[in-house]
Write a protein that binds this ligand. Structure first.
Ligand code: SF4
Length: 348
């Protein structure tokens, strides 16, 4: 149990008011016409990074071509991706097919939260949504809409961007969940957030739970949810080498399987070229990645004999290869330094 501000009577009232409103006012969406876990799962994967209105035609076409996991298992990849084209984030389509192959091996769609959660491309939210909507399993599905509704209804000020805050909201959502109708309740919470309890200017006059809402009572609805920016906690100095030869630049490429920016090209550092001889400093800049704050220095250097795993890449190709932000920032400094040198030369 959490220290939820709602006593049991108010929780019951909230569930009843919300579900009554959802039954009367929910949008007609194609994935709401089925309890087929396969179809619900496909809709949830499509909705992960795409708006409802954009998903509808793709969802219908996809299911006409791949009506069950057997059909999806057999799909040639080009055809699968063609049916996904326009939705973007193609790894979602590949994950769908990998998951479908697992279903084919076991002979059925998984039927517990844990089994659904173990599918490729399925996180806590998607597992809870599919488990509750398809099987009425009592798992609260928590997306951005639900976090907003909960924070406002309960006037809960925990930071939704922090691990502690997320755990707090997870416990509160589970306590508020109507375990008799978890699928309808989860969808109703998301629907309220998507259509009434909007990020800006929530439509409180139309809200079915307004009389219970703590934020509405205290006038704090526009301050919630609290999402405090993460602060950089680690600071590090790094040196990258700008090594040019015959209109080529020495770079290394992140391996395709790497978690961070796979396939992107980077400037080498001392760990890549221990024998590089730095010459002139071309510039410096700051760069932040999640909790890290970096201070980069860009040094022109001479190429060592052994270039290790680095490659010479034509400067004319820099705009067309996947280049990291650090490489792009360093390039600007190198160009500026070159321009300054040639400008000085012209005044001599
Ligand atoms: S009353 Fe307003 S702030 Fe409260 S849940 Fe409803 S729409 Fe959101």
């Amino acid at each position: 149990m959490t220290d939820c501000v709602f006593p049991a009577r108010e929780i019951n009232q909230f569930r009843a008011d919300l579900l009554r409103w959802f039954a009367a006012h929910q949008r007609a969406l194609p994935w709401r016409e089925t309890r087929d876990p396969y179809r619900i799962w496909v809709s949830e994967i499509m909705l992960q990074q795409t708006r409802v209105a954009a998903v509808i035609p793709y969802y219908q076409r996809f299911l006409e071509r791949f009506p069950d996991f057997h059909a999806l298992t057999r799909a040639p990849e080009p055809e699968l991706l063609a049916h996904w084209a326009g939705l973007g984030y193609y790894y979602r389509a590949r994950n769908l097919q990998q998951a479908a192959r697992r279903m084919a091996e076991r002979g059925s769609f998984p039927s517990t939260y844990e089994e659904i959660r173990a599918l490729p491309g399925v996180g806590d939210y998607t597992a809870a949504a599919v488990a509750s909507i398809a099987y009425d399993l009592p798992h609260a599905a928590i997306d951005g809409n639900v976090l907003r509704v909960l924070s406002r209804v309960l006037d809960e000020r925990s930071n939704i961007a922090s691990g502690v805050g997320r755990r707090r909201f997870s416990a509160l959502a589970q306590e508020m969940l109507d375990t008799n109708q978890p699928g309808a309740f989860n969808q109703a919470m998301m629907e309220l957030g998507a259509t009434i309890c909007l990020p800006k200017n929530p439509q409180c006059l139309l809200c079915p739970v307004a009389k219970l809402c703590r934020a509405r009572a205290s006038g704090t609805e526009n301050e919630l949810p609290v999402k405090a920016a993460r602060v950089a906690t680690v600071s590090e100095r790094r040196t990258v080498f700008w090594i040019e030869k015959e209109d080529k630049l020495l770079l290394w490429q992140r391996p395709p399987g790497e978690r961070l920016m796979p396939g992107f090209w980077e400037l080498p550092e001392a760990l890549h070229l221990p024998d590089a001889a730095p010459g002139v400093k071309l510039g410096s800049f700051r760069h932040g990645i999640t909790f890290h704050s970096y201070f980069f220095e860009v040094w022109e250097a001479r190429a060592p004999k052994d270039i290790g795993a680095c490659h010479w890449v034509a400067l004319s190709r820099l705009a067309s290869i996947p280049a990291s932000t650090i490489l792009k920032k360093a390039q600007r400094h190198a160009q500026r330094a070159r321009a300054a040198v040639s400008g000085q030369a012209s005044f001599r």
